[in-house]
Design a protein around this ligand. Sequence first.
Ligand code: PEP
Ligand code: MG
Length: 752
Amino acid sequence: MLEVLRRIIQEVNGARNLDVALSTMVRRIRKAMHTDVCSFYLHDAELGQLVLMETIGLRTQAVGQVTLPQGEGLVGLVASREEPLNLEDAQAHPHFRYFEATGEERYSSFLGVPIIHQRRTLGVLVVQQAEKRRYDEEDEAFLVTMAAQLAGVLAHALATGSFTRPSLDGQAMFTGVAASPGMAIGEVVVIAPPADLNSVPDLIPADVDYEITRLREAIDRVREEIRSAGERLASRISAQELALFEVYQQMLGEAALSQEVVKRIREGQWAPGALADVVRRHVQYLERVDDDYLRERAADVRDLGRRVLAHLQEETPQTPDVYPDSTILVGDEISVAMLGEVPRDKLAGLVSVRGSSTSHVAIIARAMGLPTVLGMVDLPLSRLGGARVVLDGHRGRLFVRPSAELESHYQSLIDEERALAEVLEHEQDLPSRTPDDYDMPLMVNTGLAVEAAASLKNRISGVGLYRTEVPFMITERFPGEQEQTRLYRKQLESFAPLPVVMRTLDIGGDKDLPYFPIEEANPFLGWRGIRVTLDHPEVLMVQLRAMLRASVGLDNLQVLLPMVTNVDEVDDALKLLDRAIIELGEEGVEVNRPRVGVMLEVPATLYQLDALAERVDFFSVGSNDLTQYLLAVDRNNPRVAELYDACHPAVLSAMARLATESAALRMPISVCGELAGDPAGALLLMGMGFNSLSMNAPSLPRVRAAIRRVSLKAARQLVEETLCLDTPAAVRRHLSAQLGEWQLAHLLPPRD
Ligand code: PEP
Ligand code: MG
């Protein structure tokens, strides 16, 4: 059974067209379960109905005709109860309903299972049999497994519009994780990693002969590459391995792959699309056969396909020379480097299939004030290029080819938001002081160029977090000591005499350096932050020396250690810092010892505050990671994004405890995670007693506006009330109700 399951799943996942996938699926299921009927009913949420969409065994005329309200009939019952229903004598069940069009009365036995994707019922899968038969446990498990698999494929197809439900019009909506607030209307530019067969767009060729010629040239180049690679390796590998190169040559030969691709081009696909189609088909076929040798060849075909594609892409640039005025950059995964490719004044928004609201590209997007939605897992990348879209970064939505009404609705929302920003701008030079005269120091998080430093300087108390890894991510090797010194000097000078908290390199997790890849099964629990830099003192020493050098004469540097878990990591880092100071002294560069802080982001540190306090000068809470580690929710995984919430009562109670205990230890403590940039979060943190809040610059206006309108006393009261609540939802509800009462609802991001 397992083997049958695996094959059906492969076929369904591999099908390019959902109609084909569904029809294959019902046929395969019927055969595998030795039953008379297999049908698929689609749940249309808008109409509240189930529609028969595919069947083998019932009358095909019934497809699209038989509809039943959710809760009615056996199929409706399966959908509303969200559980399997297994009946030997279906007609005896009180919910049985007779549909003449299906010819259903002939079938006695019934097994139906719901198809559920992320808690939403998408449809029902049903098998039926003429004679009385009790489907056994194995049958039920089989159908449940099929339904679970179909759920993902179906959700994707529905979202992409490649399978239209009866009531869906031309406009399509996709949802993801709201990662950076704001809204934008613009044109999609799809940015694809080079040579990725899965993200090649579909295009109709303008000149078929030209497409064929360039395909042949690309194939010739790959053949030449393989030939010379074979020659180079001839003396070093066995004859058997060398024979593989011959196989590659044959695969690329006239009679094989290339002819099929040419045929596909003539059918109306441009060369890269035709190549991707053919390679995909071969790979699927090879992966399915019962022969280990042939299955291995699937990888070879894919590799050859990628090589040919790389040559085809050499001529057609992946990104346009001229970006549209309002570019919405869309990709499978958007890296910091990709962001840098689009001129800032043309970039209006970001969307990606992977990532979540606290992934680092999201943090950078917020710092840039760029509306962003990540984790949009259902996005049809290959069909989006050039499409007009509306992006809603507050609610995590992307509308493709919006209707005129929707577009004008959003245009008015965008205008309102702009007007609010202008109003808030007027009070940005005023102190962040509460009505009861409490000054709450606000700081900024930096990492990108400090272009706005001059205007920011009068409005803040310093830089609470300079993420040094960001400049490391956009270079092609570790920057040297001089290069780093220049970079840090600029940062320190721009904000002097205000303090600048520079964090030592925090790579690992989702922050990879292209030249220092870290491949791990659990990167967020692995080699990250100080764990990496202590293992590479040569990297940390260069960085510390550069920071110290940069601070000469300014003395506004503070050093922050990320991902600390053990006290001895702090001791080791301090030893290196002291050594760097001595070394520089010996070289004639006199530097003062900067204040040093520890990031509190691994839960273990919560229980060793006194030991840490003996060693350093301040604490800074990384609420992004603290939330991830306390809740055991990967901050990057869209599937569990709804569970990731810094307003979880456990996180808030840990934060409150941190503030109280640090005060008792007389240790200054700040928050530099995203919670500090949320107006409601900032009020809570102020009420808890944090000494400063550090956030992305675009968050400052709303946070300042909130602080200037709510007294410290009221914020403390808010903390007291909030800490009594049991669920994240109750906390969020309470915060919005309270902000509403204070007439501050407009400061919160709009939600449904
Ligand atoms: C945090 O974890 O809250 C933090 C500020 O650091 P980063 O988001 O860079 O991990
Ligand atoms: Mg962190």
